[in-house]
Design a protein around this ligand. Structure first.
Ligand code: FES
Length: 218
């Protein structure tokens, strides 16, 4: 997480927090609430992970055109795709029809389209609506108005960052000359632990599960 707007203080007792904020050598661990209070977790989700740039994975997890991967971020989830030109995209992981999740979090798929598992609305890898089951030829229905909700995405030394708020300053602006301070860490040499879980596309229907607040059709 690299970019947060001004926000209210975390819901942690300030007296308990004071000891943690003392100088190094005199400070103690954070209060227990920082680790286990659901209110603190909700605060973190809202003001850290939903309010700006968050790292969601490695560029190497989507090396080929057609690669798709979903990751949770904040209270929702994001769908990453690599389009035919090799361009990386990030979308709210929510179908524009009834809001079904497009791909389960942590799963990677390979397909030349994004197909919703609920009623098979089909999107291009760059998010445009190609086919809307039940809406073909419907008067007043314009495919171009029902593409996926795209989010700002950046590939920083092989790490993928997404701005779930859609409103944060560009990552490069926020970080300035990141090359100098990041060089000792060699982030471009990092790789995900374990393998990538690649599964075939689901084709059957399942219960709708809304993961973001993207606008949907009825
Ligand atoms: S096609 Fe996605 S919710 Fe209906």
């Amino acid at each position: 997480m690299v970019s947060q707007a001004r926000h209210p203080a975390a819901p942690i007792d300030t007296a308990a927090l004071a000891r943690s904020l003392q100088a190094f050598g005199e400070s103690v661990m954070l209060p227990r609430a920082a680790y286990e209070d659901p209110a603190v977790f909700a605060w973190e989700q809202k003001y850290f992970f939903d309010s700006g740039w968050a790292c969601v994975g490695f560029s190497s997890q989507l090396p080929e055109p057609g690669d798709q991967r979903a990751e949770s971020v904040g209270a929702g989830s994001v769908l990453l795709t690599r389009d035919e030109d090799g361009t990386l995209h990030a979308f709210a992981n929510t179908c524009r029809h009834r809001g079904h999740e497009l791909l389960p979090c942590g799963v990677t798929a390979q397909n030349n389209s994004i197909i919703c598992p609920y009623h098979s609305w089909t999107y291009s890898l760059s998010g445009g609506l190609r086919f809307a089951q039940g809406f073909k030829g419907r008067e007043g229905f314009d495919n171009s108005a029902w593409g996926l909700v795209e989010l700002p995405v950046a590939d920083w030394h092989g790490l993928i960052f997404v701005d779930g708020s859609g409103q944060a300053p560009p990552l490069a602006t926020r970080w300035g000359n990141s090359t100098s301070w990041s060089r000792p860490m060699s982030p471009s040499g990092w790789s995900p632990r374990g393998g990538t879980n690649t599964t075939p596309r689901r084709t059957g229907r399942s219960s709708p599960r809304t993961t973001t607040s993207a606008t949907t059709a009825r």
